[in-house]
Design a protein around this ligand. Structure first.
Ligand code: NAD
Ligand code: MG
Length: 376
């Protein structure tokens, strides 16, 4: 039985993680969790999971209400609260389903404690990939990604010899605006960009899918997780999100992870540390899957993916700026303060301006992040 700490329990991945914990009561027990602002969700989780001992909620007022209502539960809040939650909870495995840069420091703390980290928060790898890999190399902590493409890649890579691999193929739906004429993209509203054709997710990642910054982030994730250089990581546009990703071998064989788009499976895979059953397909060409449609990747439509690739080629501080500027721009777009195409413009400028530092410490990462968020 593993004791689980869940960060971001009120979100899309967080809620699906709770489903997995409920489904396997012999394997997992929830001992602590965090939510952002959703106090009703916090109360609902506390009443459904009786082993919860520690909770984090952002606001002090909400924390006081929870403390008053649940005398046996420790409640943390405020800036240092997430760290306290991690250090004062007795857990084996942490699912980091926070969104944005706020997920990095908890990921680092979990690895410093030599625990198992199931990481949905891809921004942690984008902004802190070098630091996270250093902690993994030097410590006893373990990392399992929760991203459908990366779980798919892990499954495919487990079925072959790494020396036979020619490239990693990451599939991409193209997001909500994939069929909009490029000349019309500047007029698209947040509501348009939030209508994802194949996945239901939190708002930030849904916008990242529309700009395909998400795919740029996923290339960076693949680089840090599987140690393949950028020229061996390829994006394949695929409409239905049925093929989650694939591995191409030197002899032309493709190893493919195919299944319905549902995040419960990648979450389950990560929580079972890759030890659960799964099936992959060996084919000669992707179009052997008759219900799947494919297109070429169009770099003119998706400048954000190109900016992310460039940042990866240059080094760590560029990726920190990439992530921070993207978070700022996506928030401003969601608040109707800037247009859809301004996201790439803002991010591109911030990345270009950023000085190169290849191995930043956590405090340097925080400083770079703060600077790159500034709107000026
Ligand atoms: P979401 O917006 O639905 O949930 C985010 C969670 O983080 C919420 O619980 C929210 O309260 C919490 N949170 C946000 N800011 C916080 C703060 N400052 N302090 C404390 N808590 C805070 O997001 P999501 O779609 O579940 O995505 C979570 C992560 O997983 C993201 O990094 C995303 O890229 C990644 N991911 C999501 C999916 C998906 O299907 N949703 C798939 C692959 C990867
Ligand atoms: Mg993904």
């Amino acid at each position: 039985m593993k004791k689980v700490l869940l960060l971001g329990a009120s979100g899309s991945i967080g809620s699906q993680t709770l489903d997995i914990i409920k489904k396997y009561p012999e394997e997992f027990e929830l001992v602590g969790f965090s939510v952002g602002k959703n106090i009703e969700k916090a109360k609902e989780i506390i009443s459904s999971f009786k082993e919860v001992k520690n909770v984090y909620i952002t606001s002090k007022t909400n924390a006081n209400e929870l403390k008053h209502q649940y005398k046996n539960i420790r409640v943390f809040s405020g800036k240092s609260g997430l760290n306290k939650l991690i250090h004062q909870t007795d857990f084996d495995q942490c699912v980091d389903a926070l969104v944005g840069f706020v997920g990095l420091e908890p990921a680092v703390e979990v690895l410093k404690k030599n625990k198992i980290l199931c990481l949905a928060n891809k921004e942690a790898l984008v902004a802190g990939g070098t630091l996270i890999n250093k902690l993994l190399d030097e410590g006893k902590g373990k990392l399992y990604p929760i991203d459908s493409e990366h779980v798919a890649l892990a499954k495919c890579l487990s079925k072959c010899d790494i020396k036979d691999v020619k490239s990693l193929i990451i599939t991409a739906s193209g997001g909500a605006l994939r069929n909009v004429e490029i000349s019309e993209l500047s007029k698209q509203t947040p509501e348009d960009a939030l209508r994802h054709p194949t996945w239901k997710m939190g708002a930030k990642i849904t916008i990242d899918c529309a700009t395909m910054m998400n795919k740029g982030f996923e290339i960076i994730e693949a680089y840090y997780l599987y140690h393949f250089p950028l020229n061996k990581i390829r994006v394949q546009m695929h409409d239905e999100s049925l093929i989650h990703s694939a591995v191409e071998l030197n002899d032309g064989t493709l190893i493919v992870d195919y299944g319905k788009p549902d995040m419960h499976e990648p979450i389950r895979w990560a929580m079972f540390e890759g030890k659960s059953d799964y099936k992959v397909y060996f084919v000669k060409a992707l179009d052997e899957f008759k219900d799947c449609h494919f297109h070429d990747y169009d770099y003119k439509r998706y400048p954000c993916t190109e900016i992310a690739k460039q940042a990866l080629l240059e080094g760590a501080s560029k990726m920190i700026a990439l992530n921070a500027a993207n978070e700022t721009a996506v928030n401003r777009f969601l608040n109707h303060e800037i247009g859809f195409l301004d996201i790439a413009k803002f991010v591109g400028k911030k990345v270009e301006k950023q000085k190169l530092i290849r191995q930043p410490s956590l405090s340097q990462i925080k400083r770079i992040d703060k600077n790159a968020r500034k709107v000026n």
